[in-house]
Design a protein around this ligand. Structure first.
Ligand code: ZN
Ligand code: ZN
Length: 398
């Protein structure tokens, strides 16, 4: 059995090696035309044409969202692995999160697993490639989850470039709020007592959140900006707005922080006689860890020379909509090192367009493809993936 699996894995790896030039060109082309969330038309075109040109007959180009897609391979009703491509960039600083490489890795692992399934018609197994837009903003994966895309997926996986290699990282739950205070305008010198100052309410709220920090756990985060604060100094501001991100290690703790913050916003409005509207903009869950998937990835990566720098995954990370996926189906989101720079900087954007990064991407893609093969061919492993998933969900919801 294991000899056969090793054969399948070497087919996957040699497929990636054979197509390396074309795969690197995908990473480079997407890097060269950075597009922000939900506007990734060029990246969407590059990827969907690639999959169609590489034997995927079933490519759904208008899938749930304008710039999302789904490509299917394999056959039957057997196990199904989803490989995820992200491809959105950041405003101004381009591919500073390296999502061009995530797309390249998804393309590489996609054709690798497909080659294995095509060469082994006796394997009753399925492959689903998903193009998921807007990870840096609205979180396209949330729309795909709502559409039921992950309902018959046994494992969902993607790889993300970083300054270290690890099977996971500490991805936090995040909740984004838009808080609008409304007061009453008045001449700021002639009769200021007629006014109700919405900026004062926002300042009180901002300071209130800052004071609340003393009572926050060290792992919680609250960070906000003023998006509106009045028009001119001689008009008492009748409207102000705060945009806040609240984060915690999991949804349960985040709920506590959200409630405490809402108290501060409401009390600040009341203190200044304003009204307040609190809008929920988005919610990403923390990333649940599936130790079976992570273990398989680490072993596969090691077999082709990629060691994990961080063994326990305890490295601070931001938040990702892959967290939401990890609550609906067993998931993994390993990091692979492309050099020494922090994500979301111009320096990282520079690293994401180097020969070294493209090479590392293909190694991570091979490890991901081999992990997909493990899932598709090993029912004992699938049981263990499922058991891990259930245990993590139970713990998160307890
Ligand atoms: Zn990012
Ligand atoms: Zn990212």
């Amino acid at each position: 059995m294991s000899f056969m699996v090793d054969d399948l894995k070497s087919v996957a790896c040699s497929t990636i090696d054979r197509c390396a030039t074309e795969l690197n060109a995908i990473g480079r082309a997407i890097w060269n035309s950075p597009e922000i969330g939900n506007e990734e038309r060029e990246a969407h075109r590059i990827l969907t044409s690639f999959f169609k040109a590489n034997g995927f007959d079933d490519v759904d180009e208008q899938f749930v969202l304008d710039t999302a897609f789904r490509a299917k391979g394999g056959r039957g009703e057997g196990p199904n692995v989803a490989i995820i491509c992200e491809y959105d960039a950041l405003p101004d600083i381009g591919h500073a999160c390296g999502h061009n490489l995530i797309a390249q890795a998804g393309a590489a692992a996609g054709i690798a697993v497909k080659a294995v399934l095509d060469k082994n018609p006796h394997l009753n197994a399925r492959l689903t490639i998903l193009g998921t837009p807007a990870e840096e903003s609205s979180g396209g994966k949330i729309d795909l989850i709502k559409a039921g895309v992950f309902d018959d997926v046994d494992a969902a996986m993607m790889v993300h470039p970083n300054s270290f290699s690890s099977t996971t990282a500490d991805f936090l739950s995040i909740h984004e709020l838009l808080v609008t205070f409304t007061g009453k305008a008045a001449h700021a010198a002639a009769f200021p007592w007629e006014g109700v100052n919405a900026l004062d309410a926002a300042v009180t709220a901002y300071n209130g959140l800052s004071m609340l920090r003393q009572q926050m756990k060290p792992t919680w985060r609250a960070h906000g900006i003023f998006t509106e604060g009045g028009i001119r100094p001689n008009i008492i501001p009748h409207r102000s707005q705060l945009n806040f991100y609240l984060r915690a290690p999991n949804d349960k703790e985040l709920d506590v922080l959200i409630k405490k913050s809402i108290n501060v916003f409401e009390a600040s409005a009341r203190a200044h006689g304003c009204t307040v509207k609190i809008e929920d903009i988005s919610h990403f869950s923390n990333l649940l860890r599936n130790s079976t998937l992570m273990g398989s990835y680490a072993v596969n990566a090691k077999s082709i020379g990629m060691e994990m720098d961080i063994k326990d995954g305890s490295k601070p990370a931001g938040s990702t909509d892959m967290g939401n996926v990890s609550y609906s189906t067993p998931s993994m989101h390993p990091m692979f090192s492309i050099g020494n720079a922090a994500k979301h900087t111009r320096a990282f954007a520079g690293l994401a367009n180097t020969e070294h990064a493209y090479e590392r991407t293909l190694i991570a893609a091979k490890a991901m493809a081999m992990t997909a093969i493990d899932v598709l061919t090993n029912s004992t492993m699938r049981d263990s993936v499922k058991a891990d998933f259930k245990a993590q969900l139970d713990e998160a919801r307890a």
